[in-house]
Design a protein around this ligand. Structure first.
Ligand SMILES: [Mg+2]
Length: 246
């Protein structure tokens, strides 16, 4: 944390009108899917990109490995729990007309079943949902551009929220601001930390991030800021490259 400066937002120029969420470990509690066992069963080295590896195999191996992924994801679904604060966050986003999208490397079935658990919301929780059937997957930025086009929003009006480096890299490559969710003792969090614009410990803190950005954006005349939540912003040298902005 020594390389980070703690400060509230002062320089962002656009209001946030859309939020793209990763699913596993972001909207659901981390650890439901045993990725280590998934890699071991598929013969993938620790930390290796699972979807890329499987997609690069030829048939019939590819189908067999895909079956293993789905089986492990099904095991994960049984252990899966939504994050606390998710209802409050989605009530806030809906009340403030902020668009919501889901962008996951998980499969369609698990994505749909997870979203079914969010059926308390006043509206459909998401206007766009993309599973790994959308190619190329994160960290490629195409899916984020696709979502922004569907919303007719500029990338600087959108936040990408996730718990891993793939999410943060995808957001940075697309040109959105990025929000890392997680706890310091998690290795995924540590990998992604140097690349994230904002860091939150729980979904409730995302409301403060959005409020701070929107209260400081030029088109807003509100002067109130919420200073209770500490928002960690990367130092200049760690910020994602802006050359990839569209
Ligand atoms: Mg995740």
């Amino acid at each position: 944390m020594a390389s980070k400066s703690r400060q509230l937002i002062a320089s962002l120029s656009s209001r946030i009108r859309g939020v793209i969420f990763d699913m596993d470990g972001t909207l659901t509690r981390p650890g439901a899917i045993d990725f280590a066992r998934m890699r071991e069963r598929c013969g993938i080295k620790p930390g290796g990109d699972i979807i890329e590896f499987v997609n690069n195999q030829s048939e019939p191996l590819r189908s067999k490995l895909n079956e293993i992924l789905i089986e492990e994801e099904e095991f994960g679904l049984k252990r899966m729990e939504l994050m606390p604060d998710i209802k409050q966050l989605f009530d806030y986003l809906i009340e403030n007309n902020i668009n919501r999208a889901l962008l996951t490397r998980n499969n369609d079935t698990i994505m749909n079943r997870t979203v079914e658990l969010m059926n308390y919301a006043k509206q459909e929780p998401f206007s766009v949902m993309l599973s790994r059937t959308f190619s190329p997957p994160k960290p490629h930025p195409d899916a984020i551009h696709h979502i922004c086009q569907r919303w007719k929003l500029n990338v600087n009006e959108v936040l990408m929220v996730g718990d891993s480096l793939d999410d943060i890299k995808a957001g940075a490559a697309a040109g959105t601001k990025t929000v890392l969710i997680g706890l310091e003792d998690n290795h995924l969090y540590q990998q992604a930390l140097p690349h994230a614009d904002f860091v939150i410990k729980n979904l409730f803190e995302l409301i403060n991030v959005i409020e701070n950005i929107n209260n400081n954006a030029p088109e807003s005349h509100s002067s109130t800021t919420t200073a209770e939540t500490i928002i960690v912003q990367s130092e200049e040298e760690n910020k994602p490259s802006i050359e990839n902005r569209s």
